[in-house]
Design a protein around this ligand. Structure first.
Ligand SMILES: Cc1cc2nc3c(=O)[nH]c(=O)nc-3n(C[C@H](O)[C@H](O)[C@H](O)COP(=O)(O)O)c2cc1C
Length: 198
């Protein structure tokens, strides 16, 4: 796998060679908040991050950094900063995803860092799902204290937490249908007022 990935670093055309159908992967990924009593080994986490780092970013700056927390005491402390979300610290690993605060604003007016980091995190969640692992974006936490726990340096901020683990077999969320807006609600063609055209 490592050799395959490093080949992608040279400018070649990349052809998708099949594997799990991307449509199915995306539509089946869900947030997981209940974990099997099964560790996630370092090799699996590395493989996920190795692939996710191919995420696109503005000017290809890739100004993200992940601290992988597997230590039980540190996970518990992180979990305590996520009000009433004890499942965070119960996951076998918590990814503390950080962004560079010096990243500027794009010409369109949007800040680069939150956009780039969100894409990176989404890549992680999808690759993790392909590996049979569950994740849950966590935005409800104290970023300052989380940063202190993992030693985030000056100029960086904790953007999101991402607990990672194998889903519990009795996870009640697994049976819940996906709640999503209809395509008509979120898509227009040519102008905002033309939902049905296309
Ligand atoms: C930016 C962001 C922040 C989120 N923060 C939390 C959170 O603090 N706690 C939580 O349980 N879920 C959190 N979620 C997960 C959403 O609730 C979840 O993605 C959404 O309900 C859709 O469900 P699904 O992921 O199962 O498709 C967050 C998701 C995103 C994208």
């Amino acid at each position: 796998m490592a050799n395959y990935i490093s080949q992608l670093l040279i400018p070649i055309s990349i052809e998708y060679d099949g594997g799990m159908d991307i449509h199915k992967l995306i539509s089946h990924r869900r947030s997981v908040r209940s974990w099997a009593d099964r560790p996630v080994d370092r090799g699996t986490i590395t493989r996920i991050l190795e692939t996710a780092r191919f995420a696109p970013s503005a000017k290809n700056k890739q100004e993200w950094h992940v601290v992988v927390v597997r230590d039980a005491a540190a996970r518990r402390r992180l979990g305590e900063e996520c009000a009433r979300q004890s499942f965070v610290g119960e996951a076998p690993a918590v990814l503390v995803v950080c962004g560079d605060t010096s990243m500027g604003v794009m010409r369109c007016g949007q800040p680069r860092m939150p956009v780039d980091v969100a894409i990176f995190i989404d890549h992680i969640t999808l690759v993790a799902a392909a590996e049979g692992l569950g994740t849950c974006w966590i935005g409800s936490f104290d970023a300052e204290i989380a940063g202190e726990i993992v030693g985030v340096p000056e100029g960086w901020v904790v953007a999101q937490l991402l607990p990672l683990g194998y889903p519990a077999s009795d996870d009640v969320d697994a049976a819940k249908p996906k709640q999503r807006k209809s395509l008509e609600e979120i898509v227009s063609w040519e102008t905002w007022k033309n939902p049905g055209l296309g």
